[in-house]
Ligand binder design. Structure first.
Ligand code: CTP
Length: 405
């Protein structure tokens, strides 16, 4: 079986309809394609299939109750709503669809569906009259507007000896819809992108270090946006308080020298994006023991320059990514300094931003950037760091498309 869903995590919400028995087969179909499947059963679903059957087939504990103390302590409904690539609702009963459309949250399944920002695929299944009722049509239209995907229902003989649309799509059809939704795509499909992010920590002794205020938010958002654009992404991150972005290979480093080594190890790449705030200097000889206060004498801290990772990679003869992007964090003469940096370091593009304290950029969630190239400057309006990341990646995708291979 082609592992088309390798490493994909699917949360399957099983609604309370007779088609629930087909969802057990769906678990098997998804797993044989490489997916990890976790199940939530509504109370109604429990009347048709057992949580034990869903657990046995998925190989994971199934969840049923919003107020299960053990469950909440173990994984929690918010994590259930977050830790997956896709939520599949099958069968999506008329009632469950109505709850989703209305934003109700009165059990575990509906609460997770309201709390999530993940893509959702529903496989409606209900009696033909319920399907054809204007209320269901309204709910489906609302869900579609909200970005919910659907597969089926099919036409055919139904449990109540009626005929018409309302039969849940077959497990193989649902699996194919899942494959389509999770198929890698995007302008950077097939490209490898290396991103540096966060600060570096330069040791003074085993307990002290030199650092800076970089949060890593912009670099991490860029790594996530590149992955969403279909790229294979290696993120080399200094110490940050952020989770590793999903779908990205994250290498954790501390110092500038470790960061350079990790970047060199990650090459070749099609694009290198150097968003880290690398410490310019390190202590020449970091102490192997904790420095002690010694009367009045202040400890001598001799500094030496760190390797410039961006310049090293941008100027390397072998293995230079075709597109090298640097950042310039300045507090004045932003564009002018960025132009000089572009030349000095030898990159193709500098994303320059003003990080003066009053801008709140350092550690904040928004950013005002100028894209500086040899051809000129493009100043963007103030955007969230996630939007800066998405637009930058879209721009790089266009540049890659235009560049001769
Ligand atoms: N950079 C790097 N390695 C370093 C220093 C900087 O890779 N040792 C990269 C940063 O990731 C960023 C760019 O270089 O993409 C600009 O960094 P910045 O610290 O602003 O530049 P400097 O060369 O240190 O210039 P200045 O001292 O004027 O701030």
């Amino acid at each position: 079986m082609n592992p088309s869903l390798q490493a994909k995590r699917i949360l399957l919400v099983i609604g309370g309809g007779i088609a629930a028995y087909k969802s057990l087969d769906l678990i098997r179909r998804l797993r044989e394609r490489g997916a990890t499947v976790r199940c939530i059963l509504t109370k109604g679903a429990g009347e048709f299939v057992t949580p034990l059957a869903a657990s046995a087939l998925s190989g994971q504990r199934s969840h049923t109750d919003l107020f299960d103390r053990e469950d909440e302590a173990d994984i929690g409904h918010i994590r259930l709503a977050r830790d997956a690539d896709l939520i599949v609702v099958a069968p999506a009963t008329a009632n469950l669809m109505a709850k989703m459309a209305g934003g109700h949250a009165d059990d575990l399944a509906s609460t997770v569906l309201l709390a999530t920002t993940l893509p959702i695929l529903i496989a409606p299944a209900m009696n033909v009259r319920m399907w054809l009722h204007p209320a269901t049509a309204r709910n489906l239209a609302a869900l579609t507007r909200d970005g919910v995907h659907s597969v089926g229902p099919n036409e055919g003989a139904m449990a109540e000896a009626e005929f018409g649309p309302g039969r849940m799509a077959e497990p193989l059809e649902i699996a194919a819809a899942v494959e389509r939704l999770l198929a890698p795509s995007g302008p950077l499909l097939g490209k490898h992108v290396v991103v540096t992010s966060g600060p570096t920590h330069e040791p003074i002794d085993p307990v002290r270090y030199i650092a800076n205020r970089s949060s890593g938010k912009q670099g991490h958002a860029i790594a996530a946006a590149a992955a969403a654009a279909g790229a294979r992404v290696t993120l080399v991150s200094g110490p940050v308080a952020l989770p590793d972005p999903p779908g990205v290979t994250t290498l954790h480093v501390e110092s500038a020298r470790e960061m350079l080594q990790a970047v060199e190890g990650a090459l070749p790449a099609d694009i290198g994006i150097f968003a880290a705030a690398v410490a310019d200097w390190r202590v020449a000889e970091a102490g192997t023991h904790k420095m002690k206060k010694d009367g009045n004498a202040l400890p001598p801290l001799a500094l030496v320059e760190n390797p410039d990772i961006l310049a090293t990679i941008a100027q390397s003869r072998e293995g230079r990514p075709p597109l090298v992007v640097g950042f310039a964090a300045e507090t004045r003469n932003v564009v002018e300094y960025a132009r000089r940096k572009l030349e000095k370091k030898g990159c193709d593009l500098i994303v320059a931003n003003d990080v003066s304290a009053e801008t709140g950029v350092m550690g904040g969630d928004s950013n005002t950037v100028h894209l500086v190239t040899r051809d000129g400057v493009d100043t963007w309006p103030t955007l969230s760091k996630a939007d800066v990341a998405r637009q930058l990646i879209a721009h790089l995708g266009t540049l890659m498309g235009a560049a001769p291979r």
